[in-house]
Design a protein around this ligand. Structure first.
Ligand code: UTP
Length: 408
């Protein structure tokens, strides 16, 4: 993109100010800014005015779940089916590691966090070890796709290379970068972080499949004959990935997606709850769950909206390809965004000063026709690390790891 094209593009969105310092930039900085303008989707900024006018939800009803007792009964059959699919190379894993991990507060990518006490135990290491259990069980390496973002790609790739992928076969590891979204003030004007750099952040975990496609990684998926992709968050260190029983159950039930869920610890626990919305699978965020829904009981007297998602989904690739071009809901999140002040200095605000624009993977569930809700045991599969201390923290995850016999 040349300067004239950049002027045209930013003018279309009322963002001319991003070129304000162009003449002061070095040649290298000019090229970088023009590239950033070419790659940026400014259309999201127009949604700033829609903040607070959230889309109305459809009619929410309970969704049946495959409970632990049923899974236990059919464990052998499902596991056998899952192992066959894995051995046939039909299952891939996608690690979502493009987030900023701001709550944890480390400068490095979250996966590089050392949670060990007497030795080094990295988050990435724990996740790869969990996947290696399935490699051992099936005698087959599983393609592992790792989504990073511009903000953490270099560090992530260098770290995993240095650690020799914690024993994983490098030819089965593929990195791809997710797209970035501009960050703006409350009126939708994009902030500048430096004179030649717009403030931007990863565009949320909902863009993982379209980013995979754009990066050309979908070709690898096709060539390898992968039919199912198990996506999972970087921060759940007890996560079971490509779990044969789960894979077998979702395939057997012929669902477009399977969602691992846990029974909620309390009606108001801060996890997204799986349900039906206008008859289609959907997830209601904890802050959208009304008191009435929280208190609704099923025939057995159990809470009807009792299953929380843990960001571990098995998607059927052909169904993803059908929805990949569709527009996803945009989540507008208030954040602290670095910006240039009038004097041209970069400021780091103490308080939120604008919006980031994200799409979320949980919205993909509602775009699909069928979802197997698959219950797992919380203590064995859910130890998220969001914060340094307290709930969902390094501390709580350490306790859960110890409970599961992991040495730290
Ligand atoms: P979170 O919603 O916990 O966000 O991500 P985060 O960025 O890691 O942490 P905070 O909110 O800044 O503290 C859930 C999962 O989705 C991934 C994260 O890496 C994590 O595995 N993610 C999130 C992405 O891959 N890309 C994104 O743009 C956002």
């Amino acid at each position: 993109m040349d300067y004239a094209e950049a002027v045209k593009k930013v003018s279309e969105y009322g963002q001319e100010h991003v070129l304000q310092y162009f003449n002061e930039l070095s040649e290298e900085e000019k090229t970088a800014l023009l590239r950033q303008i070419a790659q940026t989707d400014f259309s999201v900024l127009a949604k700033a005015s829609e903040k607070g006018k959230e889309q109305k939800r459809g009619v929410i009803t309970p969704i049946p779940a495959m409970k632990l007792s049923e899974i236990k009964e059919k464990k052998e059959t499902y596991t056998k089916q899952g192992i066959e699919l894995i051995r046939a190379g039909k299952v891939g894993a996608v690690l979502l590691a493009g987030g900023m991990g701001t709550r944890l507060g480390s400068d490095n990518p979250k996966g590089m966090y050392n949670i060990g006490l007497t030795k080094e135990v990295y988050i990435f290491e724990r996740i790869i070890r969990n996947l290696l259990d399935v490699v051992e069980q099936t005698g087959t390496f599983i393609h592992l796709f790792i989504m990073t973002s511009e903000k953490n790609h270099e560090k992530t790739t260098a770290f995993l290379k240095e650690k020799k992928y914690f024993g994983y076969a490098p030819e089965y590891v593929t990195f791809f970068m997710q797209d970035m979204a501009p960050a703006s003030d409350y009126s939708g004007k994009v902030y500048m972080e430096e004179k030649g750099l717009m403030s931007a952040s990863p565009n949320g975990n909902g863009g993982w499949f379209s980013s995979m496609k754009r990066a050309g990684v979908l070709e690898t998926v096709h060539k390898a004959g992968i039919e199912w992709l198990n996506i999972f968050a970087v921060d759940n260190v007890l996560q079971r990935i490509a779990d044969p029983c789960f894979v077998g159950a979702v395939a057997e039930k012929n669902c477009a997606v399977g969602a691992k869920v846990i029974k909620k610890a309390a009606p108001d626990e801060k996890v997204g709850v799986i349900c039906l919305e206008d008859g289609r699978p959907s997830i209601v965020e904890y802050y959208e769950l009304t008191k009435e829904l929280m208190e609704t009981k099923d025939e057995a007297g159990e809470p009807a909206y009792n299953y929380g998602v843990i960001l571990n989904y098995l998607f059927r690739v052909k169904d993803l390809e059908e929805i990949v071009g569709q527009e996803m809901p945009l989540h507008i999140v208030e954040k602290k965004i670095p910006y240039l002040n009038e004097a041209g200095e970069t400021m780091k605000p103490e308080q939120p000063n604008g919006y980031k624009y994200e799409s979320l993977v949980l919205d993909m569930i509602h775009m699909l026709d069928s979802c197997l809700v698959y219950e797992v045991v919380r203590e064995h599969e859910f130890a998220p690390i969001k914060n340094p201390t307290g709930i969902d923290s390094v501390e709580s995850a350490r306790e859960l790891l110890k409970l599961n016999g992991v040495e730290l």
